[in-house]
Design a protein around this ligand. Structure first.
Ligand code: MN
Length: 204
């Protein structure tokens, strides 16, 4: 069974004005789909690998045959990262988290505003293509950091719960070179209910 593209949980134009419809459509139907296609092509001769969740492959790349390991790292990473990206955004979202996630953010970063500052700074200063993450360490601690290319926190033994795509394809049509403006707008799209579900699942 090949991996499939999860349905986008909203219309292409649902994230406007913060993220324009054309960006969402191209990003989802060309970039995300493209990573998926390349991943499935590489995995065709390995049905036993196709049977595993993509997260399991990324957590244990050493178990992936060397002949396709780099493809799984790059395109499997691209596939999984975009799955999380779309799932942690929503129309009419933003605001702030509540409950145990909010408490953990306050405890870790001092305040929600301080967390936003740290995440925005990491995303804005990441050089070239990559991703900004809020991830759960094996200890249960929260951490903000970035990765290059399509590398996932799963590859480091951590569990990502929120992600922002800072590849230029994520914002160039609407924001051109203004990555900082894109990051600022994106906060209005964060689906904190989904992030809290990811957080609780990561702690289990
Ligand atoms: Mn992308």
């Amino acid at each position: 069974m090949a991996y499939t593209l999860p349905a986008l949980p909203y219309a292409y134009d649902a994230l406007e004005p913060y993220m324009d419809a054309r960006t969402v459509e191209i990003h989802y139907t060309k970039h995300h789909q493209g990573y998926l296609n390349n991943l499935n092509k590489a995995l065709e001769p390995y049905p036993e690998l196709q049977a595993k969740p993509i997260e399991a492959l990324l957590r244990d790349l050493g178990s992936v045959p060397e002949a396709i390991r780099e493809t799984v790292r790059n395109h499997g990473g691209g596939y999984a990262n975009h799955n999380l990206y779309w799932a942690t955004m929503a129309p009419h979202a933003g605001g702030a988290p509540t409950g145990s996630l909010a408490a953990a953010i306050d405890r870790t970063f001092g305040s929600f505003e301080a967390f936003k500052g740290a995440f925005s700074q990491a995303a804005a200063t990441h050089f070239a293509s990559g991703w900004a993450w809020l991830a759960v360490m094996p200890t249960g601690a929260l951490e903000v950091y970035t990765t290059a290319n399509h590398y996932s926190p799963l590859m480091q033994g951590n569990t990502p719960i929120l992600v922002l795509d800072v590849w230029e394809h994520a914002y160039y049509l609407q924001y051109q070179n203004r990555r900082v403006d894109f990051i600022q707008s994106w906060w209005a799209l964060v689906n904190w209910e989904a992030v809290a579900r990811n957080y609780n699942a990561a702690l289990r």
